[in-house]
Write a protein that binds this ligand. Sequence first.
Ligand SMILES: [Zn+2]
Length: 243
Amino acid sequence: MLLLCACQTAAERSDAHNVPVPVNRKDYDLGRTTVNGVKSVDETDRKILSELQTDGRASFREISSRVKVSTPTVSSRVQAMTDNGLIRGYSVVLDADLLGQVSVAILIEAKPSEIDAVVDRIKGEDIVRQVHVLSDSRILCILSFYDQKKYQTFIQSLSRISEIAKIDNSMILKTEKEMPRASLTTESGLHLKCYYCGHQMRDEGVKLKLDGKTHYVCCGVCAKLYKEKYDRLKEAASPFVTV
Ligand SMILES: [Zn+2]
């Protein structure tokens, strides 16, 4: 039997459609999915995430007492949301104003075909803290810096990028609200992407359990190829693993 992967484009996967589906169904099980591959983020998930957004250092025990679920439930939910990429990490939130830095918003206009090139040129700069690609061929950047010279050097470097048609900038005088960009409401859904081919899952997908972690792939073909790649990487890394 062959399963066709509906979402493969990369050269690495060019012959993947001819790869037989792995037969050992014990290796993985089907995930909990709602419509069009969008997984539900249920009320418990939302409550746990909300607690973590408020205090990323809260212990699972503290969260369990606030959310009224058991500690193991919190632990397994957090692990699952980490495995599927929804929780991308934990960081400290600093008061930028107390640090005495200056922030500037910059709107950069470029041809639609040049947007990616412009983003690649600027996103690695230290003083560029946020980069948002807008729907009207513009890029919104938030810059923060202490040294005016650094800012001037950056602006001069922008003027040398030929793909940029126009630059507008304004200093940010006050920030009245600054919330995490991820908003948690009842409409929240998880648009899972295949770990192997990177495309958004359009159906139930496959949950692959490897070394106690869950990995999400879109189909049996990707599951097989992902498992092979995982095993290769694990084998290559094994001499350096200390227990
Ligand atoms: Zn895939």
